[in-house]
Ligand binder design. Structure first.
Ligand SMILES: *[C@@H]1O[C@H](CO)[C@@H](O)[C@H](O)[C@H]1NC(C)=O
Ligand SMILES: *[C@@H]1O[C@H](CO)[C@@H](O)[C@H](O)[C@H]1NC(C)=O
Ligand SMILES: *[C@@H]1O[C@H](CO)[C@@H](O)[C@H](O)[C@H]1NC(C)=O
Ligand SMILES: *[C@@H]1O[C@H](CO)[C@@H](O)[C@H](O)[C@H]1NC(C)=O
Ligand SMILES: *[C@@H]1O[C@H](CO)[C@@H](O)[C@H](O)[C@H]1NC(C)=O
Length: 432
C-alpha cells in the first residue's frame, strides 16, 4: 500500500505541473465487444490444426496451431494456407511496387539505387543475400516446409524474399509496458501494448492469423505470433515468458548495415527462446543488427518492460526512470514506459495525457477501450498482453462493425474494431 500512496502523490504533483489539461486526442473510446469464447476447430492436417473464433463476417479471428520440427511446422502451415499464402504474396508484391515510391528516401542509398534500377523484388533478393548468413537455420527449415506444404504453388525463393519486406516499408507504431504502480491490481504483473500502424490499404490486412507454435522439446517453448498467413517472422508475439513489440525509428541518424539478422527474426527468437529481460537484451546486444527500430520487450519473470532503441551501432535500453522525459508530452511515471505513434522524440501530448489519466488503472480493458481508440494507434493490428493472467488480446483491421453489431464494407483500423481475448494457458496446452 505504501508504494501505491507514494504513486498517488506523484500523480497529484504531476497534475498540478501540467494543469491537468488532457490534450485533444484524435479518436474516441472503443466500446465494441471483446470476444472471449473458445476457438472452434475448423480443420486439421498432419502437425497442424486450424481454429477460429467466429462471430460472422468481419468478426472472426483464425488461430493456427503447428507442432513438431521447424520443417514440420512450416509444412503444416503451407498445407493449411496454400491458397492464402499464394494470394497474399502475389497481392503484396503488387502493393510494394505501387507504394514504395514515397518511402524510398528513408532507405539506405544502395537499396534506393537497386529499387530505382531493378525494382523492389531485386532489392528484396539483395537483402536475402546479405542477411542469409546471420539467419538461424530453423527459419530456413520452416520456410522450406512452407514451400513443400504448398506443393509447388510458390517457390521457396519467393517466400523467402517476402520475408525481407519489413525493412522496405514504412511503419509507425506505439507501445507501452506498465507494471506495479501503473496497474490497478499489482498482481497483474505487467501489461504490454503493441500497436502496428502500417496502413489499412495494405493487402496483408486480409490475411491475419494468430499462429501458436508448439516446437519440439529442446527448441524453445510454445509462443504465439500475431502475423499473416505464411509470414514466420514476428512483429508482435507473446511467449508467456517474454513478449515483443516493434516500432520504426525514423529519427535514427547513424549508420545502417544491410548484413545482419532481420529484426523480425530476432524478435521471434526472443518470444520462442527467451525467459527474462536479460536473455532478450543479450540476444539484442550479441547479434549483428541491421536497421534501427524501437523494440519493446516485456518479461513475466522480471515483471517489467523495456523500450529498446535498437540500431546497428548501439543499443539503448530504457526503463521508467531513464526514458527521456519532457513536458508536457512525456512525463515520467513509475512503472510505465511508453512511446507514442509519432517520430521520436515526439511532442504530441495525446498518449502522455491518456497515460496520466489512466495511470494506476492501465488494465488490458482500459487500454483497449480508452487508450488505443483515443490515440488512434494500431491501425493494421494491435495486441495487449497480460502476463499474470496469461491472456493475449488481439485486434486486426477489417470491415467496420457498428455499435449495434452490423458489419459495413468500409475498412476500419484495428483500434476501432472488436477485439479477441485469448486464454494462452489453454492455447499453449492445445494437444495435436
Ligand atoms: C502436388 O502437386 C502434384 C503435381 O501438380 C500433384 O500431382 C499432387 O496431387 C499434389 N499433391 C497434393 C497433396 O496436393
Ligand atoms: C487481483 O488479481 C488477482 C489475481 O488475478 C485476483 O485474484 C484478485 O481478485 C484481483 N483483485 C482485484 C481487486 O481485482
Ligand atoms: C481485402 O479483401 C476484400 C474482399 O475480398 C477486398 O475487397 C479488398 O480490396 C481487400 N483489401 C485489400 C487492402 O487488398
Ligand atoms: C544524431 O542525433 C543525435 C540526437 O538527436 C544528435 O545528438 C547527434 O549529434 C546526431 N548525429 C549526427 C551525426 O547528426
Ligand atoms: C479501471 O478500469 C476498468 C476497466 O478496465 C473500469 O471498469 C474501472 O471503472 C476503472 N476504474 C477507475 C478508477 O477508473
Amino acid at each position: 500500500m505504501a508504494g501505491i500512496r507514494v504513486v498517488v502523490g506523484a500523480v497529484v504533483l504531476l497534475s498540478m505541473l501540467l494543469g491537468l489539461s488532457h490534450a485533444a486526442c484524435p479518436g474516441s473510446p472503443n466500446t465494441l465487444p471483446i470476444f472471449d469464447d473458445e476457438p472452434k476447430h475448423v480443420r486439421s492436417v498432419e502437425n497442424g490444426k486450424l481454429f477460429s473464433i467466429d462471430h460472422g463476417n468481419g468478426k472472426s479471428m483464425r488461430i493456427l496451431h503447428v507442432y513438431g520440427t521447424p520443417y514440420q511446422m512450416g509444412k503444416a502451415q503451407g498445407e493449411i494456407f496454400t491458397k492464402e499464402i499464394y494470394d497474399m504474396i502475389t497481392a503484396f508484391s503488387g502493393y510494394i511496387d505501387s507504394q514504395i515510391e514515397p518511402y524510398i528516401k528513408w532507405l539506405p542509398k544502395e537499396i534506393q539505387e537497386i529499387i530505382l534500377k531493378d525494382g523492389p523484388q531485386a532489392a528484396l533478393q539483395f537483402e536475402v543475400d546479405l542477411t542469409r548468413k546471420y539467419i538461424p537455420q530453423h527459419f530456413f527449415d520452416e520456410l522450406k516446409g512452407i514451400a513443400d506444404g504448398m506443393n509447388g504453388t510458390m517457390s521457396y525463393d519467393e517466400i523467402l524474399q517476402f520475408h525481407l519486406f519489413p525493412e522496405l516499408i514504412k511503419a509507425s507504431c506505439s507501445m507501452f509496458g506498465a507494471w506495479g504502480p501503473a496497474l490497478a491490481n499489482t498482481s497483474d504483473t505487467l501489461n504490454q501494448l503493441r500497436a502496428l500502424d502500417w496502413g489499412i490499404d495494405n493487402p496483408l490486412i486480409n490475411y491475419s492469423v494468430v499462429v501458436v507454435y508448439h516446437p519440439n522439446d529442446g527448441n524453445g517453448h510454445a509462443f504465439a505470433s500475431l502475423t499473416w498467413t505464411g509470414f514466420i517472422g514476428s512483429i508482435t508475439a507473446y511467449g508467456g515468458h517474454t513478449a515483443v513489440s516493434e516500432k520504426v525509428w525514423l529519427s535514427y541518424n547513424e549508420t545502417y548495415a544491410r548484413a545482419g539478422i532481420p529484426f523480425h527474426f530476432l524478435m521471434r527468437d526472443i518470444a520462442q527462446y527467451d525467459r527474462t529481460l536479460s536473455d532478450a537484451l543479450n540476444r539484442v546486444y550479441n547479434n549483428r543488427r541491421t536497421c534501427s527500430i524501437h523494440l519493446g520487450v516485456g518479461s513475466r519473470h522480471d515483471q517489467q518492460f523495456r523500450a529498446v532503441e535498437y540500431g546497428h551501432e548501439e543499443v539503448l535500453v530504457y526503463d521508467d526512470l531513464n526514458y527521456p522525459t519532457y513536458l508536457p508530452a512525456h512525463p515520467q511515471m513509475d512503472g510505465l514506459v511508453f512511446i507514442n505513434k509519432h517520430v521520436q522524440p515526439s511532442h504530441d501530448t495525446c498518449m502522455g495525457s491518456l497515460m496520466q489519466k489512466h495511470y494506476g488503472n492501465l488494465t488490458a480493458e482500459t487500454t483497449i477501450r480508452n487508450v488505443l481508440g483515443n490515440t488512434q494507434s494500431g491501425d493494421m493490428h494491435a495486441a495487449v498482453y497480460n502476463f499474470e493472467k496469461n491472456h493475449m488480446y488481439v485486434s486486426v483491421a477489417g470491415p467496420k462493425v457498428t455499435s449495434s453489431g452490423d458489419v459495413e464494407s468500409t475498412v476500419t483500423p484495428a483500434y476501432a474494431r472488436p477485439w479477441f481475448k485469448l486464454d494462452m494457458t489453454k492455447l499453449f496446452a492445445q494437444q495435436q
